[in-house]
Structures are given as C-alpha cells and as structure tokens.
Design a protein around this ligand. Structure first.
Ligand code: AMP
Length: 216
C-alpha cells in the first residue's frame, strides 16, 4: 500500500507516519527529513534548499522529486511507502503518479490530518525530536516516559528544528494553504481521501487512522 499523509505543518504527519512504519512495515519517505539531512551534510542541494526552508518557503519541485525518485529506486519491491510531506504541490503529485506508475503501482490512500491553524503554532513551537532515532516529543503533550531518555531507542540527545519558530510557522502555514491544500481536491476526485480529526490526542488519532486504513 502506498499512502500519502496530508496536513498542515504540525498536524502530526511525522508522528503518525513513524508509527505506521513501525506497525505495518511501510517505508516512510519524508522529504523534510531528507532535506534537513542534505543541509546538515552541506551538499549542494542542501545549500540550495536551506535558505528557503529557513524562511518557511517550499523548495523547487524538481529538487524534491529527484530526492523521492532516488529513494524509491533503493526500494525496488516492498510493502509500500508512506509519503510524509510529499507531494506538496500539484506538480509533485503528478510526478509521484508517474513514478509509481513506472513501478506498476499507484497512490492507494490519502490520509488528511485535519487541524486548526492556531492550535498548530502552539504544537510546533513545543516540539522536539530524539537526535538518534527521530522519535517526536512535545514539551506539553508527549514527554518521554523517563525524562531525558527516548522511549524508542534510549537516546539521551534531543533537538529542535530551526524552522519551528512562530514567524516561520506562519509562513509554512501560508505555503500549505496556497500550494498544498489543493491536493485534497486532486485526490478526492480520485476517491482516495480519508480525513481524520487531528485535534484529538495522539492515541485517538492513531485509532482513527487504523480505522481509515483498514475500513472500506
Ligand atoms: P517538513 O519537515 O515536511 O515540515 O518540511 C520542512 C521544510 O522543507 C518545508 O517548510 C519546505 O521548505 C521543505 N520541504 C519539505 N518537503 C517539501 C516538498 N515536498 N516540497 C517543497 N518543499 C519541501
């Protein structure tokens, strides 16, 4: 199954995608994670993308399409992908359709995690991740069970994203509404969309997602 996760920044796409990867063996492809790795490694692509990311703007389609295409080639066969943060424009969605078609596959489901903008700002500015395995946490909503120790891998180093400040979050929300939200219509026309209420707590959202994926 190939699954696209759609939702504004901070809606919980990464958290839920990681869980689906652990539970269902699907391969999570996050263009945000790939771009941050390129920035950290100081590659040419990272330099091109980094300045745009710091401002909360989208990076050009061809860069992210190239990244996704390379990663997909590394997984010639498998149980399927969870696309987290990609596609973000209609052009990317069309490119994804082509990439999957060349593998004899398609987007099977699109999960929309629905949240309101104001709640997102608070969510994003409180979040942080394990520096070792990337598990996500939040200062208010999801603390590690043992303070300072990652539940998933036992790591003790944590980090915050540079673009998780209020000002940049507002820009990222603008980009979401202008460029990414139209994808809901694109996939609704194909009958692939299931929407879950992302304002509920993490466990409730997880249950809703399982129902949306396993139900009709
Ligand atoms: P994310 O981790 O998905 O919130 O992405 C962080 C930043 O990376 C975004 O604000 C964009 O600048 C960039 N980015 C990630 N994925 C994409 C994409 N599919 N298209 C364009 N820009 C992206």
């Amino acid at each position: 199954m190939n699954l696209v996760m759609l939702g504004a920044p901070g809606a919980g796409k990464g958290t839920q995608a990681k869980r689906l990867q652990d539970m269902r063996g699907l391969v999570q492809l996050s263009t945000g994670d790939m771009l941050r790795a390129a920035v950290a490694a100081g590659t040419k692509l990272g330099t091109q993308a980094g300045a745009l990311m710091e401002r909360g703007e989208l990076v050009p389609d061809e860069l992210v399409i190239g990244l996704i295409s390379e990663r997909m080639e590394e997984e010639p066969d498998g149980p399927g992908f969870i696309l987290d943060g990609f596609p973000r424009t209609i052009g990317q969605a069309e490119a994804l359709d082509e990439l999957l078609k060349s593998r004899g596959e398609a987007v099977d489901r699109v999960l929309v995690i629905d949240v309101n903008d104001e709640a997102l700002v608070g969510r994003i500015t409180g979040r942080y991740t394990c520096a070792t395995c990337g598990e996500g946490y939040h200062t208010l909503f999801k603390k590690p069970k043992v303070e300072g120790v990652c539940d998933r891998c036992g790591g003790t180093e944590f980090k915050r994203r540079k673009d998780d400040t209020e000002e940049v979050v507002r820009e990222r929300l603008n980009a979401y509404h202008a460029q990414t939200k139209p994808l809901i219509g694109y996939y609704t026309a194909q009958g692939k969309v299931r929407t879950v209420d992302g304002m509920a707590d993490i466990e409730t959202v997880q249950k809703e997602i399982d129902l949306a994926l396993d139900g009709a």
